[in-house]
Design a protein. Structure first.
Length: 437
């Protein structure tokens, strides 16, 4: 394939994923806007704290998506239909078991996690109400990770877009109905997300059935319980889980340190993190394209395809990060005004806006290289990179947040993102040595 062909291929994969991913922060922005126009900043802080709790729960099990994508992409490149089917079923079974386990321990889980995040008693009450309404969809939300991972690994990005659009359309309609029509308040925001997750899984299951590999023998339990495949799955998931825990812990500490400075700072930081979320979801489109293309290249043992996939996706991701920083610099204050009409939160967010403007240019490298390492299933390197970055973040956060307040906290977050990119870049040459020797 020519260089121009590679650019076209990357864009054909990335743009549907970008559109699908951007519906996620749009949904979060709708939740923020609905809560931000309720009469007390504690409502917005409650949704922010509850949303962070679900980041702990669902991001913590993000290996269900990432591990599925890497394994499926390599099986797809090798044209192994049996491996595709077995990988999907193992992932769905694991997601269902974890989701039911979350429901079984939901009350102490919610109480302890929100207690760690902190905030006023009023904020904590709203966060519990939101979380208790949303958590019932945990099995569906986790299974949706597997469905998305399978579709991305098979390069069925338009179907992934369809599912995400459906989930978020249902969510937006439900949150407006539950809050504005039925007057369910914060509980309605959580229930809307739960409703959308259930509908999304129903659609995803239907699409997967239509995409099932044909002409294969009946699936037997022995194939799902294959010792070597299970060992590989456990190792991948363990590495990604530890990596994700470090990521969640960093943002959790960021939120907790902000909460210690008051509900206004907590709400302002949560609002500005919407800027980072918009960027991350969009640029993850190129990371997801890298996962699919790198995995397929390794499945076919094509060194040149691997190198082209890395270079082209990195070029487009860097261009996207620059665009986001320029947009935030020009329109950041207008975006803040759209998200809240509470003057104290608005003013605090404007004060710390420059940090949100700088984040895309610093964090893009870690996001993109995450995709490369996941596609190559080199998850041990991901775990080590994140552990080092987390240690750097904690050292900086403890050192800088005291004398410099919230500015020091944002500086520590910037250092964390820079460390992710630098440590993964240093480990990148090992992928060719270990996967394409």
């Amino acid at each position: 394939m020519s260089l121009l062909g590679w650019h076209r291929r990357v864009l054909s994969l990335a743009f549907p994923i970008i559109l699908a991913n951007l519906t996620q922060p749009i949904l979060g922005a709708v939740d923020t806007a609905v809560a931000g126009h309720l009469p007390d900043p504690a409502y917005l802080g409650g949704v922010a704290a509850g949303g962070l709790f679900f980041s702990f729960v669902f991001w913590g099990f993000g290996f269900l998506r990432m591990g599925t994508t890497g394994l499926v992409a390599q099986a797809f490149g090798a044209r192994d239909g049996a491996a595709l089917r077995a990988t999907l079923m193992r992932g769905l079974l694991l997601a269902a078991v974890i989701g039911l386990g979350v429901l079984a321990v939901r009350m102490p889980l919610i109480s302890n996690a929100l207690g760690l995040i902190g905030g006023s008693d009023t904020l904590q009450h709203h966060a519990r109400v939101y979380s208790q309404a949303r958590i019932w969809a945990a099995p569906f939300a986790l299974c949706n990770y597997v469905v998305l991972g399978y579709l991305l690994g098979c390069q069925q990005v338009r179907l992934a877009l369809l599912i995400q659009l459906a989930i978020n359309a249902v969510n937006i309609a439900a949150v407006l109905a539950y809050v504005n029509v039925f007057d369910w308040g914060i509980a309605g925001i959580g229930a809307a997300t739960a409703t959308a997750d259930g509908c999304g899984f129903a659609l995803g299951a239907t699409l997967l059935w239509r995409l099932r590999p044909r002409g294969l023998p009946a699936l037997r339990w022995a194939a799902l319980a294959d010792a070597q495949a299970l060992k590989r799955l456990v190792c991948l998931n363990r590495d990604i889980f530890v990596r994700t825990l470090c990521l969640i812990a960093s943002f959790g500490w960021f939120a907790r340190a902000g909460a210690k400075q008051g509900d206004v700072i907590l709400a302002a930081n949560a609002l500005l993190l919407n800027f980072q979320t918009f960027m991350a979801y969009a640029l993850d489109g190129f990371a997801h394209a890298a996962e699919a293309l790198v995995g397929a290249a390794i499945g076919t043992r094509d060194r040149d395809a691997f190198r082209r996939a890395v270079r082209v996706t990195m070029t487009w991701a860097a261009a996207g990060a620059l665009c986001f920083s320029l947009v935030y610099a020009c329109a950041g204050e207008w975006i803040i005004a759209c998200l809240t009409d509470q003057r104290p939160v608005h003013d605090a967010a404007r004060r710390f806006l420059p940090w949100a403007i700088a984040l895309p240019l610093v964090s893009v490298w870690g996001f993109l290289l995450d995709g490369v390492f996941i596609g190559a299933t080199c998850t041990r390197d991901l775990m080590h990179s994140m552990a080092i970055s987390f240690a750097a973040f904690m050292l900086a956060a403890v050192t800088l947040s005291g004398p410099f307040g919230n500015d020091g906290l944002w500086a520590a977050l910037l250092l964390f993102m820079a460390a992710r990119g630098l440590t993964l870049a240093r480990a990148l040459p090992r992928i060719e040595a270990s996967r394409l020797a």
